[in-house]
Write a protein that binds this ligand. Sequence first.
Ligand code: NAD
Length: 336
Amino acid sequence: MYWAGKRVLVTGGAGHIGSALVGRLAEEGAQVRVVDNLWRGSVEYLLDQDGKPVIDLEKDFINSDLREMRNSDKAMEDIDFVFHLADVVAGITFVFDNQPFVYRSNALINSNVFESAMRQKVQGLVYVGAACAYPHEKQNDLSHPLFKEEDMYPANPESAYGWSKLMGEYECSLYSKSGMLNSAILRLHNVYGPHSDLSLERSQVIPATIRKAIRYPTERFVIWGNGKQNRSFVYVSDVVEALLLAAQKGLNKGPIQIGTDKKTTIDELADVVIEISGKDIKKEYDTTKPVGDIGRAADCSLASSTLGWKPRVSIEEGLRETYEWASSHLKSHGKI
Ligand SMILES: NC(=O)c1ccc[n+]([C@@H]2O[C@H](COP(=O)([O-])OP(=O)(O)OC[C@H]3O[C@@H](n4cnc5c(N)ncnc54)[C@H](O)[C@@H]3O)[C@@H](O)[C@H]2O)c1
């Protein structure tokens, strides 16, 4: 097997996407190390369904802050391959209320990790960019066709988070182009699934919508904006598959989008969640809340031709899995 015996570092491996990747790499026989400062992730996400750790937590889990170069160098020791997922990610309110923090954190984390990986002479690194970095005006143009990779420029992301993710792509490609680091860049659309942040302060739209349905009527089911804004939602197991394929087939090929060509409005998403909940939920709309860009979806032909990747999990199926996880998570933490 390709990953058997390889020493793999997953930065941000206690997070939503990272923990799913760690579980899969461990199954494939890789020796996985995780570095995460638990700003948003949780060690709990590194346990399997029976509560058994998927990696040796004593030896292979490092709780440290990648904004510090020495921590990044230390995490990289003896590593063959890196999946770099650590960054400050959060819902829209947190991002807009904390733009300097988000930008500076991600700029430092990315820069340190690329440099350490180059010094360690790893075989390769996969970085993840974000589709929300696409130019603001294109994401607010309802007639804009499905996004292609080249739509990123001229650059004009809406938020500091978008800029930080784009600068990560840029810096990663500098190392790649100068032959100092073999790297792949996946530009992810909106990823959802288990192990996502359900908190009021930092949750993104799918976990927040699911939390409101589970806690209804204690928590009101309020949709931010008029619900007509849309996104291209991709389930976490499809993203894990793309990350593994990128490591083998995507090095030094430039950014590749991972998403779906289906635009799902927040209203449609809410309806599916309500149906899954089986409750009689009354939707409310708060048009004073921030909604971000109007919409985007992905033309994934490059992912298909380069990686042989396409999304497999339908939004209904993915939402059911996520709802089930969120219910038991909230219950076990005394939140319902
Ligand atoms: N979830 C999405 O919709 C989405 C979309 C596009 C791109 N991405 C990217 O995918 C990656 C993973 O995102 P996610 O959804 O799993 O988010 P997440 O917040 O669950 O994972 C990020 C992890 O990084 C850790 N982290 C943050 N600051 C750190 C620091 N200073 N040092 C060490 N660790 C730190 C967090 O604790 C967390 O566990 C991120 O780079 C994100 O930008 C995510």
